[in-house]
Design a protein around this ligand. Structure first.
Ligand code: SAM
Ligand code: SF4
Ligand code: SF4
Length: 376
């Protein structure tokens, strides 16, 4: 099966779209995009640096010693991030995820977490505050992250086998340290923990069952393992459709050994489809970004390390908020810019990809933003 990599600009922008802000949600003052999707979920990238070189994200050949990272002066300060986050919360955001690069590499990240944890919604509720990490520094930092107000973590882990894991992170980093990080996060109360495994056919598919068994036997329902389809993000990972293992195949492989039954989604816009082990010992999730697009439910906005807003993982261009911030804009100016950006949003890359003819040949990827720059 071949997929053509399609241009990032939504060329169907002129297609008829639902009229935004005309439904029940709008009557309640909810900000909606052109497809009626609310803005509820903010992902903040706090660094473009990482201590891993996962080939599907920051391949070593590209992110080598000559790669130029953002200078410190270009990064949003913690105060700038918190100010923007407050404005986003006033516009409807209820969940904030810190990401990167590797977010735990950002110096004093717990100070940012403290500031974000103090934010409140207009109703006075606290936010759902979480972080995605490769787990390499988690054993050292879990207690401090919890004390600062972080509620949960998601840990990325692609294999239990040490040789495969070292090869995939391409920095010879041992799997035992990440497993210690997961234990430390559990002990610190940063649960329920999600563990994300990107499945690449021919690279780590043999790890699907060992990972499923490990997390169910060791952690039962406290750790939820989620399998992610390898995505064509960025322009450097050399993505090929034949390296994508469809989630349906992952579920079938696990289900053949450990019977599964489907679960209902717990929240609107949930990207993972959930499956419970039939014997009641925990559950798994699958995120089928390639084979089952969930654009119609996508309520996420991404803020890059240098203060640009991206409306889609596959976007090639962002909207600069840093210039506004540093140019003396008021909170209302920022809110108005955010409303304008979100209302004009029509992105649905994965849906459009799925509409491509199956026999189309691969074309060169457009200059898409890298995952390590905007976070996952
Ligand atoms: N460094 C942190 C980590 O690895 O968890 C946070 C940033 S990383 C970009 C966020 C998530 O994106 C990770 O779970 C990673 O596995 C996922 N990811 C990166 N490239 C991907 C790709 N090509 N396809 C699917 N997931 C990808
Ligand atoms: Fe680093 Fe995360 Fe990308 Fe791996 S997936 S290279 S850990 S940013
Ligand atoms: Fe959201 Fe873009 Fe992914 Fe669709 S392709 S789910 S719009 S990030």
């Amino acid at each position: 099966m071949a997929f053509r990599v399609i241009p990032l600009v939504d060329q169907r922008r002129d297609a008829p779209l639902p009229v935004p802000n005309d439904g029940e949600a709008a009557q309640k003052g909810v900000l909606q995009d052109r497809r009626g999707r609310p803005l509820t979920d903010l992902r903040i990238s706090v660094t473009d640096r990482c201590n891993f070189r996962c080939s599907y994200c920051m391949p070593k050949e590209v992110f080598d010693k000559n790669h130029v990272y953002l200078p410190h002066s270009a990064l949003l300060s913690f105060e700038e991030i918190t100010r923007l986050a407050r404005v986003f919360v006033d516009q409807g955001v209820r969940k904030i995820r810190l990401t990167g690069g590797e977010p735990l590499l950002r110096k004093n990240i717990e100070h940012l977490i403290e500031q974000l944890a103090a934010l409140r919604t207009p109703d006075g509720a606290s936010l759902d505050l979480t972080l995605t990490t490769n787990g390499s520094l988690l054993a050292r930092k879990a207690q401090a992250l919890k004390a600062a107000g972080l509620q949960r973590v998601t840990v990325s882990l692609d294999a239990l086998d040490d040789t495969i894991f070292r090869r995939m992170n391409d920095m010879d980093f041992p799997v035992a340290d990440v497993l210690d990080g997961i234990d430390a996060a559990r002990e610190a109360g940063l649960g329920p923990i999600k563990v994300n495994m990107v499945v690449k056919r021919g690279t780590n598919e043999q790890e699907i069952l060992p990972m499923a068994r490990h997390f169910r036997e060791r952690h039962g329902g406290d750790v939820v393992l989620r399998f992610i389809e390898y995505m064509d993000v960025g322009a450097t990972n050399g993505w090929r459709m034949d390296e994508v293992m469809p989630s349906a195949e992952v579920v079938a492989r696990i289900g053949a050994e450990l019977p599964l039954r489907p679960l209902e989604a717990t929240a609107p816009g949930e990207t993972a489809q959930r499956w419970a082990y039939a014997d009641g010992r925990g559950e798994i999730g699958v995120i089928s970004s390639v084979t089952r697009a969930f654009c119609s439910q996508c309520s996420r906005l991404r803020l890059s390390t240098e203060g640009r807003v991206y409306l889609c993982l596959f976007a090639s261009q962002g909207h600069d908020l840093k210039s506004l911030l540093r140019g003396g804009a008021s909170d209302e100016d920022l809110a108005s810019a955010i409303r304008g950006i979100w209302r004009a949003r029509g992105d649905r890359y994965s849906e459009l990809r799925a509409l491509q003819p199956q026999d189309a040949t691969d074309a060169p990827a457009a200059r898409r933003v890298e995952m390590s720059y905007i976070g996952g």
